[in-house]
Structures are given as structure tokens and as C-alpha cells.
Design a protein. Structure first.
Lengths: 203, 222
């Protein structure tokens, strides 16, 4: 399982955000996207998740070109972006059960609840959660079903120290099991010897 | 795949039940606005009978339009829409699930109150079944077409007014055939053909609208 990007470029609102971006990741690798606000870290993650079309470039999975919008590729990654994806009117458990139905096949809601210690909050409507708790709910999605590629955009925002430690442990376990993580952060989430992609200064 | 469609529909129904004020606003508007007509044009039965079917249909369009905004906007803001778009399940089917829930919480309510409103507009007894049947065939089409507009307007401020301009012209065929089906029966000319046309429009909308809506939703993130 190798995941590569070759010569990626991104243009948003007519403005070039980045160009000629390459990386190659093997099982167990973590890629740390680093750089100031507006440098294109989130845009890269949106491109990898198929939400934003790249201006140029190609993605390869196991050496063959992939379209990130294809259903096959969508079943290979989890994406946790800025928005938590928690519906205010539903309880924590209902939110996860709905997401489990969307990931296709059997999602494991109990494992996901346990991963970020959400079991005591399971019956609470998401509207009554604090922002850190909502973030934990969003990250719990990673455990609903095993997928090799994790795309995380500032996953540590709003997390307390113990939740952050849980997240770091989960990232370690995921990599130990041969998974790949691509994480945009300002250094609040520690990754063990990551590959670094530096976005330099904001355009 | 069907499981995902039902999961989406059940989720939206659950949200609708937990926010009754938001859900019922369309049906309440429908009944309230209609009850103004006898006050405005006078309670003379001839006038009311003549305009009844048309007024009921026009208000039904507005009631559906009112409820379209909540279809995707909330999901877009809280990020659940991202989950739908990123699901390996076909987005078109998930959209169909949302349309099903939307119709059950908007169009179906209009169908249920329509016999009462037919009496209010002094429509003859026959309208008590023709009107609900025409609405059952017509309102799902309104939901399906409206979903395209709601998806296109995502992310723009003050989307509702613009959406009305976008969607109302597309509602005209449903309005024309819906009114003439009811009037046909009331004038003794029969309206079976018009009901069949309403059914045909529903079939076309069912087949095409989910694709257009899904395409519009994908654009909302770019």
C-alpha cells in the first residue's frame, strides 16, 4: 500500500495556493503538513479527500492513478476537517450510528464511543456538547470502521490534554497496523518521526 | 445501498420530530394563508369555488418553498453534508433519502390538511378526494425540483429569495396540471389525464432530479 502525489497544484479563487507538490507515503508513514494559516494545508487535504479538484497533478494508490472521488477510494480514507459533522438535534450515539450507516457495511459504534471516552455522553444531544467534546465526537469517526488512510485537519483543536494523548496513541496504533496518516497541525499533536511537508509562507 | 438511503431518511425524520416548530411552519402557513382568502375576497361561495383549486395549489408551492431552506443548509453548516458527499454510497441515493424525509414532513402534511381547506374554499364534495390525490402526485415533484435549487443555493447568503426565483418557474407545469385536474373534476369534464401527467412528471423528476442535486452538492465544497 503506497500513496503518492505527483506534481499537485491548487488554485482557489483564481489565486495559486501551491504548485509542484510531491510526496510518497508507505505503510506506517505519517505526513505532517506544516505552515502558516492560508498556506494551503487544508486545501491539500480537501484535494486528497476529493472535495476540491486539483488544478494539476495526479494521485497514485499502489502505483495506479486514482480519482479521489471514486467510491473505491472513498472507502479507503477517513477525513476529519474543520467542521465536526455533529447534528445538534441528535444524541452522540445517534450521530455515530448515522455515520456508521454512511461508511458502508458494519460500523462499530461501541468501539468509536470508547475510543474518546464518549460512552458517558452517549445519550446527550450534540447541541449540549462543548466544542472539545464535539471534536472528540468527530474524531471518534476514525474508529467506526478500519480504513488505511487518515486525513486530519487540525485534529487537536479544542482537545484537553488527556484527549490529545488518546489521539496520539490512536495515531501510533494506526501506523503500527500499517496505516497512513496525513495531519495538518501547528504542532499541538505529536507525531513520531513524521515526514514533513513545509508550506512555507502564506501567499 | 438502500440501508444508507433509509438511514438518511430516518435521521432527517428524527430531526424533524425534534424540531416541530420548524417542521410544521409550512403546513401552518398553508392553512393560515388560505383562511385569509375568504376574508379578502368575500365569503361568496361562487367566487371561492372558482378560485379555490388555484389558490390552494399556489399556496402549496409557497409552503414547500418555505421548507426547502432547511433541507441542506443545516447539514452544510454543521458538516454532516461533508459526510454524505464523502460516503462511498452513491450520493444520488442519499439525496433521494433526504427528499423522502422532506416530502413526508412537508408535502404529506399539506395533503393531510387539504380536504379541510377544500371545505373552507367551498369546493364541492368531489374535491375532497381529487385534491389530495393531485397533491400526492404533485408535491413530491415539488420536493425533488426544489432540492436542486436548495443545493445550488448552498453557501450563499440570503439564498431563500434567490432560490424562489430559481425554483418557481420550474414549478409552473405542476401548478398548471394540478389546478386543471381539480377543476376538470369539479366542472364534470374529468381530470384523469391531468392526474396521469402529474404522475409522469413525478417519474421524470424521480429519475433526473437526484443526479442534478448531487452534482450541485459536490460543487458546494469546491
Amino acid at each position: 500500500m503506497r500513496f503518492e502525489a505527483h506534481d499537485l497544484a491548487c488554485v482557489r479563487g483564481g489565486r495559486p495556493v501551491f504548485a509542484r507538490l510531491d510526496f510518497a507515503l508507505a505503510p506506517g508513514d505519517a505526513l505532517w503538513l506544516r505552515g502558516p494559516n492560508g498556506a494551503g494545508k487544508s486545501s491539500l487535504l480537501l484535494i486528497l479527500a476529493g472535495l476540491l479538484p486539483p488544478a494539476a497533478g495526479i494521485l497514485r494508490w499502489e502505483g495506479t492513478p486514482v480519482d479521489p472521488r471514486s467510491p473505491e477510494f472513498r472507502a479507503r480514507f477517513h477525513f476529519v476537517g474543520h467542521r465536526d459533522g455533529a447534528t445538534a438535534a441528535l444524541t452522540v450515539r445517534e450521530n455515530l450510528a448515522f455515520q456508521a450507516a454512511l461508511v458502508g457495511g458494519a460500523g462499530d459504534v461501541e468501539t468509536a464511543l470508547a475510543a474518546f471516552d464518549l460512552a458517558p455522553l452517549a445519550e446527550r444531544p450534540a447541541r449540549h456538547l462543548s466544542s472539545g467534546q464535539r471534536r472528540r465526537l468527530a474524531l471518534a469517526r476514525l474508529l467506526l470502521t478500519p480504513r488505511p488512510l487518515w486525513l486530519l485537519d487540525e485534529p487537536g483543536v479544542g482537545l484537553d490534554a488527556s484527549s490529545r494523548a488518546r489521539l496520539e496513541a490512536l495515531l501510533r496504533d494506526h501506523r503500527a497496523a500499517g496505516g497512513i496518516c496525513i495531519v495538518a497541525s501547528h504542532g499541538d499533536v505529536a507525531l513520531d518521526d513524521p515526514l514533513v511537508l513545509d508550506f512555507g509562507a502564506a501567499a | 445501498m438502500i440501508r444508507a438511503l433509509l438511514a438518511v431518511a430516518l435521521r432527517d425524520l428524527r430531526i424533524a420530530v425534534r424540531r416541530p416548530a420548524e417542521t410544521l411552519v409550512g403546513a401552518v402557513f398553508f392553512a393560515l394563508a388560505l383562511s385569509l382568502f375568504p376574508l379578502g375576497v368575500g365569503a361568496s361561495p361562487d367566487v371561492l369555488t372558482r378560485i379555490g383549486a388555484g389558490v390552494i395549489w399556489v399556496l402549496a408551492l409557497f409552503a414547500v418553498l418555505l421548507s426547502l431552506e432547511r433541507m441542506f443548509q443545516g447539514d452544510f453548516e454543521d458538516g454532516s453534508l461533508e459526510l454524505l458527499v464523502l460516503s462511498p454510497e452513491p450520493l444520488e441515493l442519499l439525496v433521494l433519502g433526504k427528499c423522502l424525509a422532506h416530502w413526508l414532513t412537508s408535502g404529506l402534511l399539506l395533503v393531510l390538511v387539504s380536504p379541510l381547506l377544500a371545505v373552507l374554499m367551498a369546493l364541492p364534495a368531489e374535491a375532497l378526494w381529487v385534491l389530495p390525490v393531485a397533491l400526492v402526485l404533485g408535491t413530491p415533484t415539488l420536493t425533488l425540483i426544489g432540492a436542486i435549487g436548495a443545493a445550488l443555493m448552498l453557501g450563499s447568503r440570503r439564498g431563500t429569495a434567490t432560490m424562489a426565483l430559481l425554483v418557481l418557474p420550474l414549478y409552473i407545469p405542476v401548478l398548471v396540471f394540478g389546478v386543471s385536474a381539480v377543476d376538470g373534476y369539479l366542472l364534470g369534464l374529468g381530470g384523469g389525464t391531468q392526474l396521469l401527467v402529474l404522475g409522469a412528471m413525478l417519474m421524470v423528476a424521480l429519475a433526473l432530479a437526484p443526479f442534478a442535486t448531487a452534482a450541485a452538492l459536490r460543487l458546494a465544497f469546491a
